[in-house]
Design a protein around this ligand. Structure first.
Ligand SMILES: [Zn+2]
Ligand SMILES: [Zn+2]
Length: 260
């Protein structure tokens, strides 16, 4: 499998996953032009993408969804609640390109085996994904205020995990966000902190995880270096820093391309 984060953060998210034959995007939260450009940059033709998986209805995840589906005739995969929430905002998508999915039920796109699982976030019906192919597995968890046993069970034993590391709790609390927004971001249905991400990554690493991409960083309440060091320090405390690679997904440019 190949993986690359094209864009990450509240300004727009899009991840790229490739199997032996199948190619999918997870979210398309920027203009069609920007996402096409990033795909070209990593040597992938947008016209060959077999599907767009959608995590939830927030615009930083669906902004380019309709455009890309129309322009390149790409099927989209999303749950019913998310479809109902976005269908009037994204323009016409061909009926046969709309695939309604359900958490817990695996489905296939070419050789990619995809499973969705529920997250805790203030969207209509947010989900994370695991994507498997040829004995390799990628787990994707962004836009969730908290983790639980079900989420953890889904993302354990992955070869690569994309984990939200949205904010530093101290920066958020001392920052200039109004109180209601601080409560929202730090709340059960907000976003995952650096600290929670780091603790979870240590647990996953103890069970064999070797590659981590920290994602969806807040522009206001985080720094890439701080997110990176919070996780690296936690790994170091647990003597796992030499076995796990950690990268911070960039806001406006593609990450490393991972070959699994
Ligand atoms: Zn988001
Ligand atoms: Zn969101």
């Amino acid at each position: 499998m190949r993986f690359c984060s094209l864009y990450s953060g509240s300004s727009g998210n899009s991840l790229y996953v490739e199997g032996t034959h199948g190619k999918v995007l997870v979210d398309s939260g920027l203009s069609g032009i920007k996402i096409s450009r990033a795909l070209n940059e990593i040597g992938s033709d947008p016209a060959t993408v077999n599907g767009i998986l959608v995590t939830h209805d927030h615009s930083d995840h669906v902004k380019g969804l309709g455009i890309l589906s129309r322009k390149f005739d790409i099927p989209i995969y999303l749950n019913m609640n998310t479809w109902l929430a976005v269908k009037d905002q994204i323009g016409k998508v061909k009926d046969e390109n709309v695939n309604i999915i359900e958490a817990g039920k695996e489905f296939e796109i070419e050789d990619l085996c995809v499973k969705a699982f529920p997250l805790n976030h203030d969207a209509v019906d947010p989900i994370g994904f695991t994507i498997r192919s040829a004995n390799r597995k990628i787990g994707i968890v962004t836009d969730t205020g908290t983790l639980n046993e079900e989420i953890y069970e889904n993302i354990k034993m992955c070869d690569l995990v994309v984990m939200e590391s949205n904010h530093d709790v101290n920066m958020l609390m001392a920052g200039r966000y109004p109180y209601f927004l601080k409560k929202r971001v730090a709340g059960e249905y907000g976003h995952l902190s650096n600290e929670t991400a780091a603790e979870t990554i240590v647990k996953l690493a103890e069970e064999g995880l070797r590659r981590v991409v920290l994602a969806h960083l807040s522009e206001e309440n985080n720094f890439p270096q701080l997110a990176l060091e919070t996780t690296r320090n936690k790994l170091k405390e647990n003597k796992l820093h030499e076995t796990v690679s950690v990268e911070v997904a960039r806001r406006f440019s593609p990450s490393n391309i991972y070959e699994l």
